[in-house]
Design a protein around this ligand. Structure first.
Ligand code: F0G
Length: 450
């Protein structure tokens, strides 16, 4: 019999202890955090699934490269390694380092977008939406209808609705659409992939209308592996080849290297447009740093250069996608409502289905996330009415899995805690806001039980 168990393709060389807390303590911590898990001290969290962003474990090769970081202000050797590594996968002419993804977004949108414009995306991530809106433009989400139905199985729920994009171009006129974006994978829509065929159709439509296409590439490696698993004709291609083929359909990208860059910090902005690159570099110098470091240390550039290549490694991706599916499939077997199939970096509980007695105005996702913390010290994040206000189509609780960080028994514990909360779901109470800031309110909002 062939061996079928998929194992973590690494062994652990250095450990970071985590600590249990008592339920009575967690009750106090939760109240002190005003039911907003962003406001918890991380030491009071046992299993931290708040985000997969910058929270992963680096490899010995990344740590080794860090020692070789060249901290020269200009013309650093580490920049050359970083640029070459990025170009070997992304293929774009200009590679501009930034301190993280949102810095790339801000620079991209401040150079390309103006008041009154419309920026279509499959689904904008929160910082992407906020950065589009900060220019006075409209951030328009055009994911396919299947992408908005949590329990519905579809191989590429991150796809963009090409007909809706075509209608949008006709309705608002191409001159008011400075660019179209595709987020791979579609984080706010459940970590769902975009197919090569969909990217090709979007690319053709954009280019017929002279509109540049940019990728929000944070989880491009996971997206590539989903294509390999699910799209005909890609079975025998490597994840790297698939990524290269996809990026060739676009004109540039924004990237948070805190995801599939396997680094703790960093990002970049790419474009094939020389004039734009010039303007972007000028802005970069104003707010981020000189174009060969962009707000990062030389050692960070080294970590990203190595991390990007590790992210497209097939053994790693097989384990990555299998371990996320393991969590999702076990919860689904318990009858717990979640976004199916499980995404690449996270499992998303469907809070409206989990606690149907809590109305959307009382933030079912935030209430459920608070309960998971109370029950088992697990931190997750709401992606729903608190994060997106009335624009939210779903109320989800995301359990994001940091890369190469937790083992299967950690995940078994998470399954047990969520199953216990599911049994007691009718006792969960809704929340109301006691404080909200003017934008990106979920980070600092305060709430109390209704
Ligand atoms: N785009 C997507 C799709 C993202 O998921 C993120 C970050 C960003 C852009 C911004 O990148 O954080 O480096 O500035 N997502 C993290 C998350 C924060 O938890 O999903 P950043």
């Amino acid at each position: 019999m062939p061996i079928r168990t998929i194992i973590e393709p690494f062994r652990i060389k250095s450990v970071e202890p985590i600590h249990w807390t008592q339920r009575s303590d967690r009750q106090k911590f939760l109240e002190a955090a005003h039911f907003n898990l962003f406001l918890l001290p991380a030491d009071n969290v046992l299993i931290d699934l708040l985000t997969d962003s910058g929270t992963g474990a680096m490899s010995i090769y990344q740590w080794g490269a860090i020692m070789e970081g060249d901290e020269s202000y200009a013309g650093s050797r580490s920049y050359v390694r970083f640029r070459d590594s990025v170009q070997s996968i992304f293929g774009y002419t200009h590679v501009i380092p930034t301190h993280q993804g949102r810095a790339a977004e801000r620079i991209l949108f401040s150079t390309m977008v103006k008041k009154g414009d419309v920026v279509p995306n499959n689904t904008h991530f929160d910082t992407t939406r906020a950065n589009v809106e900060a220019t006075g433009a409209e951030a328009l989400d055009l994911v396919i209808a299947e992408g908005k139905k949590p329990g519905l199985i579809h191989p590429f729920k991150g796809n963009m609705d090409v007909t809706a994009l075509e209608e949008t171009i006709r309705r608002v006129g191409r001159e008011r659409i400075p660019l179209v974006m595709l987020t791979i994978t579609n984080n706010s829509g459940g970590g769902q992939p975009v197919s090569m065929e969909n990217a090709r159709q979007v690319s053709e439509l954009c280019h017929r209308n002279n509109i540049p296409l940019y990728f929000d590439a944070c989880r491009f490696a996971e997206n590539s592996y989903f294509i390999k698993l699910r799209e005909a004709g890609y079975e025998d291609k490597s994840p790297k080849q698939i990524a290269q083929e996809m990026f060739a359909l676009g004109d540039g990208c924004t990237m948070s290297a805190k995801k599939d860059g396997m680094a703790n910090i960093g990002g970049f902005l790419c474009t094939n447009n020389d004039l734009l690159a010039q303007q972007e570099r000028d802005l970069l110098i104003l707010t981020e740093g000189y174009p060969t470091y962009g707000g990062l240390a030389g050692r960070d550039l080294e970590a990203i250069a190595v991390g990007l290549q590790e992210a497209v490694d097939e053994d790693y991706l097989r384990y990555r996608i299998a371990s996320t599916a393991y969590l999702g499939n076990h919860l689904a077997e318990e009858g717990i409502p979640l976004v199916l199939p499980p995404g690449g970096h996270a499992v998303y509980l469907d809070a409206r289905g989990f606690v149907p007695h809590i109305p959307v105005e009382q933030f079912p996702g935030v209430a459920l996330a608070a309960e998971l913390y109370l029950e088992g010290g697990i931190r997750s994040v709401e992606i729903g009415a608190l994060m997106f206000g009335k624009a939210a189509k779903m109320d989800l609780v995301r359990l994001a899995i940091p890369r190469r960080t937790y083992t299967q028994s950690h995940i078994d514990y998470v399954i047990e805690v969520i199953t216990e909360v599911w049994r007691k779901r009718e006792e969960i109470r809704g929340l109301r806001l006691t404080y909200e800031p003017p934008f990106l309110r979920h980070f600092t909002a305060k709430l109390e039980q209704v």
